[in-house]
Structures are given as structure tokens and as C-alpha cells.
Design a protein around this ligand. Sequence first.
Ligand code: PDD
Length: 278
Amino acid sequence: RIVFLNGSFLPLEEAKVPFMDRGFLFGDGVYEGIGVLDGRLIDNEAHLERLERSLSEVRIPNPYTRAEWTSLQGEIVRRNGMQEGFIYFQVTRGVAERDFFFPENAKPTVAMFTQAKAIVHAPAAEKGIAVVTVPDLRWERRDIKSISLLAQVLAKQAAKEAGAQEAWLVDEGFVTEGGSSSAFIVTPTGSIVVRPLSHAILPGITRKSLLRLSKEGGIALEERRFTVEEAYEAAEAFLTSASNFVLPVVSIDGRPVADGKPGPITRKLRELYLQMAS
Ligand code: PDD
């Protein structure tokens, strides 16, 4: 596998990051992940825009222009012969003696790799997945795509140990989002409900496309918070992310969502999303 590190493409085994990298010591960095279909990046402009925003919020200089990022991404896809999967890239504040204050002369560390993965014909897309709710223990700037993911790691591991594939994070009784996805329900009257953007959630790029598709498809939409109880009573539930597109959620905390099968609105939205991405 060929990866990208600080200006060079090289075999994964040869890509080494210095011990004192602030990403390693502090989780001091931000990242992006983009879906790839037929060798093309899905919604790349929106992901690069979010990267720019994350970097500026944490005051790490952006090492590349949008055109440079795009050409590096194209190159890593080509070099790995990637057709379908995920591109991951992160920027940390760089290498310096351990000290909390920003280093004076550090250069950001840039790392990028690809993961081949079946997204279109994933079994989870057919059968749906189980989620469990767990307390949202993250910090108050979840809109920044930070590489500090300890709370998500613990939440998703708890979900796995409970036999589920994703955790839905709960703050004051309301679902914020998934451990690594945006959370949606469909009401018994057929409206999609999703939490509005704020510092409490990541502005999902797939979420944004999905909202546009649902408007175009004439599906009613309510941007508001929903509780765990409302999710238990929902007609359908689903999640979105760059690495899964749209996935049906068929059980929440061990209770089947409606009849426990992927619902018609979820299927339709997945279909619309695949059409858009193809
Ligand atoms: N996760 N919410 C959180 C907390 C996320 O980590 C993600 C993405 C999303 C969905 O955003 P998008 O549609 O832009 O992928 C929502 C990525 C895929 C990850 O960490 O692997």
C-alpha cells in the first residue's frame, strides 16, 4: 500500500512519524475522510472546505491549496489502483519538544492513506445495523473534526460489546449523532428528523447531501433535536457517513425499529444518494 507523508508517496512500512509529533502526544490535529466510488472522490470540495474550517478553528496553517490537495488525492487513488473505499488524511501541528503552547517553528505533519472497502454492496446496507445509545462524553466543539477521538473510541467499543455496530451519543436525553456518523429518524408521519448544525455535532458532508436529496425528492424534513424515546418509537432510522453513505438502523438498544427491517424512505434515500455518487 502506498501512503502519503509530508510531501512523499512511499510504502506504508517506510512511512514513519517522529516520536514528538503533537498528533501522537496531544491529539493536536484535525482530519478528513472521503468516500471513493469508481475511483472518484465523493463531495470532495465540501470535505476540503470543512478541512479548511477545522484547521482555522484550531489555528493550524493549511499546508496546501485546494488544488494541491485535490492533486495529491488523485495521485494516491491512482497509485493504489483504488476503485471503492475511503481516503483518510490528517494534519497535525507538527513536531516539537513536548509543551502545551504552540511551537514557534513547527511544520504541520500531513499524512494520507486509502482503505479499499465495499460501500455499495455492503451487507449492512441490505440488512441494516443495530445501534446502542451511550452518554456523549465529548468536548463542546464537536463541529471541529479533531483527531482526539478517545470518547468515540470508548463509545463505539461499548456498542460493539453490546452486539451493535454503532453508538448513538446522548446529551441531556437528546441524540447528538453517531460515534462516527450522523443520526436520523423518520417519524410515523413520514418526516425525516435530524439535529440542526451547532457546536454539538460534526457538520456531516453526507448529511448535507442527504438533506438536499430529501428536499428534491419531496420528503418532509424537520431539523430539530430528537430524544432517545422518540427514536424508539420511530418508523425508520438511519445514519450517514462518507464511508457508508446511508445505512438503515434496524434496532436501537435492542428494540427493533418498527418491524426491524430497513424502511422505504431509508431505501429511497440510499438509492438517491447512490445515483448522485455514481
Ligand atoms: N466520521 N459525525 C461524526 C462524529 C463523524 O466522525 C462523522 C464521520 C460523521 C459523518 O460525517 P461525513 O458525512 O462528513 O463523513 C458525523 C468519519 C467517516 C470517520 O471518522 O471515519
